[in-house]
Design a protein. Structure first.
Length: 95
């Protein structure tokens, strides 16, 4: 689990990011998880936006994605949320 200082640092960083993944009317497709995992491996943090035309419950969707990617929910405002996963392939001591 993340300590309080690390969590605050990640929240501050997440506010400056733009969403890199968008989920729309097709909900979670077969490409969604690999794309999120690819970004998490590269950057350790990903910001995701659920579009208005997505009919699935946002809380359930966030839970599915968090569990499916093995990441931690850092920040959530409305339909935009940020996930973090400590990277195995890079030095993410800056995060």
């Amino acid at each position: 689990m993340l300590d309080k200082d690390h969590l605050l640092k990640l929240k501050k960083l997440s506010k400056t990011l733009e969403p890199t993944i968008r989920i729309g009317k097709n909900r979670i497709t077969t490409n969604t998880y690999p794309e999120i995992i690819k970004v998490l491996k590269k950057k350790s943090i990903v910001k995701i936006k659920i579009l208005k035309n997505c009919e699935e419950d946002k809380e359930e969707l966030i839970k599915k994605i968090t569990i499916g990617t093995g990441s931690v929910l850092i920040h959530k405002i409305g339909k935009v949320f940020t996930l973090y996963k400590k990277g195995k392939y890079r030095n993410d001591s800056n995060y």
